[in-house]
Design a protein around this ligand. Structure first.
Ligand code: GLN
Length: 205
């Protein structure tokens, strides 16, 4: 196949929005390839890059554990495949997560990003908000962050680059080829984050 093969993990969450943001980012950059929904370990094993969308991390993690996708994603991460995790996706990529109200829960995690997550750190659905943020380190000085029952990063290890903060809370990180955001770049018109990710996939390829 020519071009890059990017998958959007399609278990639950805002899959369609990520498919369209990734496709548009590729079109604008003139990068060839395919973007498709992936569910099974077989589909994941063929990928050059993966997006894990926002949604409910317990649901996405539990269902992906049962069908073997969690294991396959871990293997692909270990082999250097770039992954973009937005909101619930960032939670799944982390080593440790607890809920602001409920505390620690048994939930399957990919155990890669050396961060501790506080789920629902900014409050409940009604406390969702938008904020101007900056991701200077990856060349995005201004971006509108959409936060929906968003997590924050309460602790980040040495290998983790902090990309952005809101109210002193860490809301975007990068470690190796893995990027996590508390907000939903797929829900804005601005394709900057998806373009950065697609470029990363192409370079790795
Ligand atoms: N609160 C959700 C969770 O903990 C994440 C919300 C989102 O992805 N918008 O999984």
């Amino acid at each position: 196949m020519t071009g890059v093969n990017i998958g959007i993990l399609a278990v639950q969450g805002d899959v369609a929005e990520n498919i369209s943001a990734t496709r548009m980012a590729m079109d604008e950059l003139g990068i060839e390839g395919v973007v498709s929904q992936v569910k099974t370990p077989e589909q994941i094993s063929d990928l050059d890059g993966l997006v894990i969308p926002g949604g409910e991390s317990t649901v996405i993690g539990t269902l992906s554990l049962i069908n073997g996708s969690m294991k396959k994603i871990k293997e692909k991460i270990a082999s250097g495949m770039p992954v973009l995790g937005t909101c619930a996706g960032m939670i799944l990529l982390s080593k440790k997560a607890k809920d602001r109200v409920v505390g620690e829960m048994e939930q399957p995690l990919l155990d890669y990003l050396d961060i501790k997550i506080e789920r629902n750190a900014f409050g409940r659905q009604k406390d969702s908000f938008e904020a101007d943020i900056s991701l200077e380190k990856i060349g995005i000085p201004k971006f509108m962050g959409v936060f929906i029952r968003a997590p924050s990063v309460v602790d980040a290890g040495k290998a983790v680059e902090v990309l952005s903060k809101v109210d002193e809370k860490i809301v975007a990180v990068k470690q190796g080829n893995i990027i996590g955001t508390s907000f939903h770049p797929e829900l804005t018109e601005d394709l900057a984050v998806h373009k950065y990710f697609v470029n990363l996939v192409q370079k790795k390829n």
